[in-house]
Design a protein around this ligand. Structure first.
Ligand code: CA
Length: 378
């Protein structure tokens, strides 16, 4: 199997002044990046990330690991740049990468750009959006219809370059003869329905350049509210397979139904991540904690409050200290749980600001919670 044709098209669209999308179309590597940030920062982020992908040295790693490493390196570059340049602080970008190796196509993904596969005239979305509305729809709290008009539909819950490391979705697909892959930014998918995309691709696939242009034109005709980027590549049984195929092939269906971790729930899940301290250390820590507690007195515990999220994702105010003792003993308890505000409804910067476990008074934390509720449900 080999890539027999590929094409890339990008357009500023009709509403934006600048094009903050970037792409890579260099078989066997393909990528789309959609930048975000103030001033020109979005452009900087997507370009840095695309350059990083383009310069990636394909080594001996199996495709999934290789793909994740390519995206993590891009993340490091964007993050390092924004850490050093005040004007681009907080910039980020989506990143959807496809790496073709023999008949296996590996997709790595962060954000709300998408990868699709057109197989036997059927279009399938391969990636899950890391966006607020997609998470709410997946958890059943929002209908797909409501999602279309949700005021925070452009909020993405995972981006490249905003943290020192990034969690990457990765999966592999065994390609079939004639498979056509599409990577695109949300400037296409927010303007043109999947049915329309499928129809256009089926009709125009004989010439991928013109197929790409037609998709861009369709997005512009529908309003062109955002930058539009389309990368297409087609696989055909060509030269016989010589290399061994990676055996890391993941179950696509499984990968796609996996619930995405909501970063804001860190408080609740923190303890299950990372290294598990030894039991003796835990007991010693618990003892120190208990001593500290006695020392500080019940006074501190009863006056300290912080904002966090319940296991079901609802934002809450907790009284106590943000620690868990071994054996599932919490040093905190919820004193106010929001009826309808979920952690996934907050923007990245709001989460950073409020889920930092800083201690405040009851009045301050509940006021902040009410303010957040007011911002999401005006
Ligand atoms: Ca966009």
């Amino acid at each position: 199997m080999s890539v027999i044709a590929s094409s890339a098209s990008t357009d500023t669209g009709r509403r934006r002044r600048r094009n903050e999308d970037a792409f890579v179309c260099e078989p066997p590597l393909f990528a789309v990046a959609d930048g975000m940030g103030g001033a020109q920062a979005g452009e900087v982020a997507s370009r840095l990330a695309a350059d990083s992908v383009r310069e990636a040295k394909l080594g001996d790693l199996p495709s999934p690991e290789q793909t994740v490493e390519i995206i993590r390196e891009a993340n490091r570059r964007v993050y390092a740049y924004s850490s050093e340049n005040a004007s681009t602080r907080g910039m980020g970008t989506t990143m959807t990468v496809a790496l073709v190796e023999g008949s296996v196509v590996t997709i790595g993904h962060v954000g709300d750009s998408r990868a699709y596969l057109l197989r036997e005239d059927q279009l399938t979305q391969l990636t899950q959006d890391h966006s607020l509305v997609a998470e709410l729809v997946r958890s059943g709290r929002l209908s797909p219809k409501e999602a279309e008009s949700h005021p925070r539909r452009s909020v993405i819950t995972r981006a490249l370059g905003t943290e020192s490391d990034v969690e990457v979705d990765v999966f592999s697909i065994r390609a079939q003869n004639g498979d056509l892959f599409l990577l695109c930014s949300d400037g296409l998918t927010s303007m043109v329905s999947d049915e329309e995309i499928a129809k256009l691709l089926v009709a125009a696939r004989a010439d991928l350049d013109s197929a790409g242009e037609k998709l861009v034109a369709a997005a512009n005709q529908a309003g062109g509210e955002d930058n539009i980027t389309v990368v297409l590549f087609e696989l055909e049984a060509g030269e016989p397979e010589t290399e061994e195929e990676p055996d890391q092939k993941l179950d696509v269906a499984k990968t796609l139904t996996e619930a995405d971790a909501v970063p804001a729930l860190k408080l609740a899940t923190q303890s299950s991540r990372g290294h598990r301290p030894r039991r003796a250390t835990l007991i010693a820590l618990a003892f120190v904690f208990l001593l500290a507690l006695v020392g500080l007195g019940v006074f501190t515990v009863s006056t300290a409050h912080f904002i966090g999220a319940e296991p079901d994702g609802r934002v809450a105010v907790y009284q106590g200290l943000p620690f868990d003792l071994p054996g599932g003993v919490h040093l905190y308890r919820p004193v106010r749980v929001s009826a309808r505000l979920y952690a996934a409804q907050l923007t990245l910067s709001e989460r950073r600001r409020y889920f930092n476990n800083d201690l405040h008074s009851y009045g301050d934390t509940t006021r902040e919670l009410s303010r957040l509720e007011g911002a999401v449900y005006p």
